[in-house]
Design a protein around this ligand. Structure first.
Ligand SMILES: [Mn+2]
Length: 437
């Protein structure tokens, strides 16, 4: 057993979860049976849907278990994780209770391990694996020679670009030891003033840099890029929309794909249509889930626009249903938790993602296709709404139970006293903070 395991302290015992579940099971079984009868009348087998929900998973970000912040500041929470091991311990707790988050996405250098072997042993001991690696060239590090103030992969100075390329290659090297299979390139390059950046030349430099990173990609890895309308640059960003992202991914190579982050578009954008386009063009990498009212708010998934989330999943499930070749989306939550316990927010968000997926599985696709072919607009919407308006809580709870997780994860989490215990175990350290962009 790795030495650090004993240092991360309290864990919720499996017998505690079992006892909590025992109390909730009778009511759940009744609700599940009732919903099963309803769905059977619609020709849907609840057992089949439940099995598919059981198999569904989403990655959690290591930076999501600390309290985030805004440009105004940050209000640290009790018992926040202070290092990568404590972050993994919190992520493992989320997986223990949801049964749906078996992988963690690391951000380098925030999570750079001193000893990758020890980190793997620890992860295995707490039952968690590693998702995509995330690079960071949006802030300067202590030992760093050159500054990213005016860009990284698109910088006018070749030496700065090379430094950023080298950092991304280092992320791949660390990821190889952790059995990760993807690199997400985080890019903050852009301009705050008209005239500051030559748009065409900057994009050329970006794609050239991306190709140099791509050259180092292992054969079974994928490279993810992500468009974003604005922020941190407020006038122009290098990958400002999905079209530019699609072009850059295509120019870079067949293993380069486009991520969609729900908060990276102008308000009222038809994001489900962007998803459909990227699926059609075989370039959808997957998702960064969160929710948005105005911009990249990083609010909890499903808290603002649950119908939009359902419509996005409707496209994803449709691609599954039609067996689009090469379709293999990577799902990750990318949120900033400012006023809630991050563990509770990540549990609740996981549940909302499962809900949208489950509702999409209930769409009668033959009926929908018939409506589309006969131009019956009203019944097409009603077909979608029949699925969306179904209360699928019993399926999600049963999927959790059958996966050995908690029937009511937030209730069990609160009853366990996890946060209070971590508050005692993890006194705040000078300089410990969670970054989020
Ligand atoms: Mn994102």
């Amino acid at each position: 057993m790795p030495k650090v395991l004993t240092e991360t302290g309290f864990r919720i015992s499996p017998s505690f979860v079992e006892e909590e579940n025992r109390k909730a099971l009778k009511v759940l079984e009744g609700d599940f049976r009732h919903l099963g009868e309803q769905l059977a009348r619609r020709g849907t087998d609840i057992e089949d849907v439940t099995r598919r929900v059981q198999r569904f998973s989403v990655a959690v970000p290591s930076w999501g278990v600390g309290t985030g912040g805004t440009r105004f500041g940050r209000f640290p929470g009790e018992g926040e994780p202070r290092n990568v091991y404590e972050k993994l311990a919190d992520c493992a707790t989320i997986h223990q209770l949801t049964g749906a988050t078996p992988r963690v996405s690391l951000h380098i250098p925030w999570d750079k391990p001193d000893d990758p072997k020890e980190l793997i042993e620890f992860a295995q001991a707490v039952g968690i694996g590693f998702d995509a690696m995330n690079s960071n060239t949006f802030q300067d590090q202590k030992e760093q020679k050159l500054s990213y103030k005016f860009g990284s992969l698109t910088h006018t100075d070749l030496a700065v670009r090379q430094q950023a390329i080298d950092h991304n290659i280092e992320c791949i090297e660390i990821g190889k030891t952790l059995n990760s299979k993807a690199l997400t390139v985080w890019i903050a390059d852009g301009g705050n003033f008209p005239g500051q950046v030559h748009f065409r030349r900057a994009l050329e430099r970006y794609i050239e840099s991306l190709k140099r990173i791509y050259d180092h990609l292992p054969s079974d890895w994928r490279l993810f890029i992500e468009h974003k309308l604005y922020e941190p640059a407020f006038y122009s960003t290098i990958l400002n929309d999905w079209g530019t992202s699609y072009y850059a991914a295509t120019a870079t190579g067949p293993k380069c794909f486009c991520l969609v982050d729900l908060g990276h578009h102008p308000p009222n954008t038809n994001i489900e249509m962007i998803v459909s386009r990227l699926i059609q063009f075989r370039k959808l990498a997957g998702f960064h889930f969160n929710d948005s009212k105005y911009g990249d708010d990083d609010l909890d998934t499903g808290s603002i626009k649950p119908f939009q989330l359902f419509l996005v999943f409707n496209e994803l499930v449709d691609a599954e249903y039609e067996k689009v070749p090469g379709y293999d989306p990577a799902y990750m939550i990318d949120q900033s938790h400012n006023v809630t316990d991050p563990i509770e927010s990540l549990i609740a968000s996981t549940e909302e993602i499962q809900r949208a997926y489950c509702q999409s599985l209930l769409v009668d696709r033959r009926a929908l296709n018939a409506c589309q072919e006969s131009n019956d607009a009203l019944m097409a919407l009603k077909t979608l709404k029949a699925a969306y308006n179904t209360d699928v809580n019993p399926i999600i709870a049963m999927a959790r139970y059958r996966n050995g997780a908690a029937v009511d994860p937030i209730s069990s989490y609160r009853t366990s006293g996890y946060r209070k215990k971590k508050g005692k175990e993890r006194p705040a350290m000078e300089g410990s903070k969670s970054g989020i962009v």
